[in-house]
Design a protein around this ligand. Structure first.
Ligand code: PRP
Length: 180
């Protein structure tokens, strides 16, 4: 375990099994019409790359970068699209892949934007669902691997100050690392 980690929340094996099971569900649900899979960078990059290999469909892949600003309880917080899609999604099913659903500000804005472009459907696959978070909307993950509480989690794509994204497991960071 990394010296900055307090404890491992989800091991490499647990993540692998959860991603595999999720890929199977998505494969079954979209059998008739494969979706465009949209990863929200950067946090989703590892989850996305593992998940698409567990989806047995010929899916298009695209990415967005969205940055949100504002406090957890202010629904009018701003979401800035730093990198937009290259793909025309009109009339297509879209599956957004995200590392963590926290206040839901980012995904509420992204989902609204993609629906406005006449997507046939827009669904969300989140690796982690922070169930204790104050949400800015009633948006929910259509698919998720794990629930987490109000802890500072890193690894498997998730960072603190751009560090720890490459850890193979998801862990809780020791408070002294971020409490300065
Ligand atoms: C994180 C995470 C989600 C968002 C979730 O992104 O990857 O995109 O915050 O929070 P929300 O539900 O409160 O909007 P971050 O801005 O830290 O960028 P990153 O993905 O590059 O780490």
């Amino acid at each position: 375990m990394h010296a900055d980690a307090e404890r491992i929340l989800f091991s490499e094996e647990e993540i692998k099994n959860a991603v595999k099971a999720l890929g199977k569900r998505i494969t079954e649900d979209y059998m008739d019409e494969p979706p465009i899979i949209v990863g929200i960078l950067k946090g989703s990059f590892i989850f996305m790359s593992d998940l698409v290999r567990e989806i047995g469909l010929n899916c298009d892949i695209d990415f967005m970068i969205a940055k949100s600003y504002g406090s957890a309880t202010v629904s009018s917080g701003t979401v800035n699209i730093v990198k937009d899609l290259d793909t025309d999604i009109s009339g297509r099913h879209v599956l957004i892949v995200e590392d963590i659903l926290d206040t839901a500000r980012t995904l509420t804005a992204v989902k609204d934007l993609l629906m406005d472009r006449s997507a046939k459907s827009v669904k969300i696959a989140a690796l982690l669902d922070k169930v204790t978070a104050e949400r800015v909307s009633d948006l929910k993950a259509d698919y998720r691997c794990f629930e987490v509480g109000n802890e500072f989690v890193v690894g498997y794509g998730l960072d603190f100050a751009e560090k720890y994204r490459g850890l193979k497991y998801i862990c809780v960071l020791r408070p002294e690392i971020y409490e300065h």
